[in-house]
Design a binder for this molecule. Structure first.
Ligand code: 5GP
Length: 205
């Protein structure tokens, strides 16, 4: 088990989980965050989903078949795993431990179930809910992406409302305004700076 408390001195490394409904723009926000050149480690999820045209194996995801995924799961190499829209997604444990031990902040993106699993396993983790300006804007973004079949698109849009209802379980909410990745990125960076440098007086946190 990852003991984040062991690494959490005043400005020790953080484990940050960014979640939110499918299509909200987690991947785009992460691409933006990567350009900032901070001492951050971005977790690469292992998935059984088919690679999209604009994705690179080993960069956006590690794409594996179901057998390979089961092996990773059964050998305890995944910190958390979940079946999302019919595909398996899992977070590899070892690279996270290595990054934390080097003092790097770790940023990962998961669906909402993944975020609550991480919070249960590692209570010091910081959960950020990325939200669209509206549900209709989210549907528009999913339609624009044109990477889903009609059926998976319908499932993702239907799931979005339930996922939006989970925002209350998160530590922060950040709106991903259309065309303003820079703002969402700055807000996430501000949260990381505050979490590392300030002591929360919120008795509930
Ligand atoms: P997509 O197929 O659109 O890339 O991702 C589908 C959903 O799976 C998104 O909500 C995405 O954040 C989530 N996801 C990606 N990586 C992980 C992971 O490692 N764990 C979990 N639980 N969900 C993930």
């Amino acid at each position: 088990m990852i003991e984040l408390a062991k690494y959490r001195k005043t400005d020790g490394p953080l484990l940050v989980v960014v979640s939110g409904p499918s299509g909200v723009g987690k991947d785009s926000v992460f691409r933006y965050l990567k350009t900032l050149g901070k001492n951050w480690y971005f977790v690469i999820t292992v998935t059984t989903r088919t690679r999209r045209e604009d994705e690179t194996n080993g960069v956006d995801y590690v794409f594996v078949d179901k057998k390979e995924f089961s092996k990773l799961k059964e050998s305890g190499q995944l910190l958390e795993f979940a079946r999302v829209y019919g595909n398996w997604y899992g977070t590899p444990k070892e690279p996270i431990e290595v990054a934390l031990s080097k003092g790097m902040d770790v940023l990962m993106k998961t669906d909402v179930q993944g975020a609550s699993t991480i919070k249960r396993l590692i209570p010091e983790s910081v959960l950020i809910f990325l939200t669209p300006p509206s549900v209709s804007e989210l549907s528009r973004r999913l339609l624009l992406r044109q990477s889903e079949s009609k059926e998976t698109l319908r499932i993702r849009i239907e799931a979005a409302e339930n996922e939006m209802a989970c925002a209350d379980n998160f530590n922060y909410s950040v709106v991903n305004e259309t065309g303003r990745l820079d703002l969402a990125g700055q807000h996430i960076e501000s949260i990381i700076i505050a979490e590392k440098n300030c002591i929360s007086l919120d008795k509930n946190s």
